[in-house]
Design a binder for this molecule. Sequence first.
Ligand SMILES: CC(C)(COP(=O)(O)OP(=O)(O)OC[C@H]1O[C@@H](n2cnc3c(N)ncnc32)[C@H](O)[C@@H]1OP(=O)(O)O)[C@@H](O)C(=O)NCCC(=O)NCCS
Length: 342
Amino acid sequence: MEHHNVSSIIIGKNNKMIKFRVRQMTINDVNTVLEIWAKNNLHEGTQTIQSFMIQDPEGFIVAEQIFDDDEDEKPKNDGETMTNNGENDQNSTPVIGMCVGIFVHPTIAFIGLYGVQPELHGHGIGIAMWKRMMDHIGSLNAGLYAVPEHLTMYRDRAGFQNPDDRMLIIYESDQDDHLNVDILVNSIPETKIHLITTEWYNKVIDYDAHVHGYIRAKLLPHVFNEEGSAAFVASNMTGEKIFGYGCIRTNNIGKAMIGPLYADNDAIAELLMHYLFGRLSTQFAKGLLYMTLDSNPGGERIAEKLALKQQEKIQRFFRGQPYDGADWDRVYCIHSPNFSLL
Ligand SMILES: CC(C)(COP(=O)(O)OP(=O)(O)OC[C@H]1O[C@@H](n2cnc3c(N)ncnc32)[C@H](O)[C@@H]1OP(=O)(O)O)[C@@H](O)C(=O)NCCC(=O)NCCS
């Protein structure tokens, strides 16, 4: 049933009716969105959504539960929920699912963060958000990472028929795992490492543009300023030539997450990681997440050197031609599995 943009679904043995509407995501929804993502056992940085939302806000979609005025279960304070640490979170909203498709490239969108509250799977909430998100993308090309359980849905039903040659390899460590951080390269002659402060922005944005094949000037200053994260650049002694840059952040399940990490070679990537590990505010609280593409063997070499555990390999699919304009050899860790072409 659909009425004034509100849909109804019937769930559970008691035939409970739930009403929802699909709308654009706001910053106030982010906490709830990250909790739903974690409940589905999927990861994203705690500040990554906020950065990418500035890039293309209309591509961020949520499903919001609608409560009648007399309903007992209406959350107090118009959607107040509890945070992971048990405190009341005034900024949460009654969101039950989300889906994002944004133009990260002038003509190619990237799709991610497609998830619904686990107890509400299979009732049409996901596809309602997906359609709204697809209205935003229109007929242009788009890519996504397809988790194995939904690979056929994306490929055979959603029109993402073109597999990319590259696979995403997800490495992880848990709280008590020992990582061989001490054996990473910790200095290179004629190479300096600097925190990415405003005076570095133009040079780093330029380096990033050579890796991506397009300019990300609107996005990157927000990425370098994400709360609780660290960002470093490697340069020659005069600072004129950039050799790579990297960021580390916390994610929605309390792990550290590296990305992007782009570098000219393995030694520079290791050196950047050495500095990144030293600066993360909640260092390795619950482990590390490291996502590399199999197109650069250096990314795998470093993961093995650190003694990270390989979790899974995930295939990328595109609606049109897979994106091939990047300098893949310099990609050691992707920026985001949800919002970024690399
Ligand atoms: C994937 C997910 C978001 C789908 O949401 P959902 O509300 O459970 O799905 P719906 O009830 O709307 O699906 C209704 C139908 O549309 C299909 N469908 C859902 N999304 C679709 C899409 N993007 N394209 C084509 N078909 C789709 C479903 O397979 C289902 O088909 P069926 O009726 O033949 O079984 C949800 O299952 C989920 O949160 N899964 C865990 C997180 C996850 O794995 N996300 C994907 C990461 S790549």
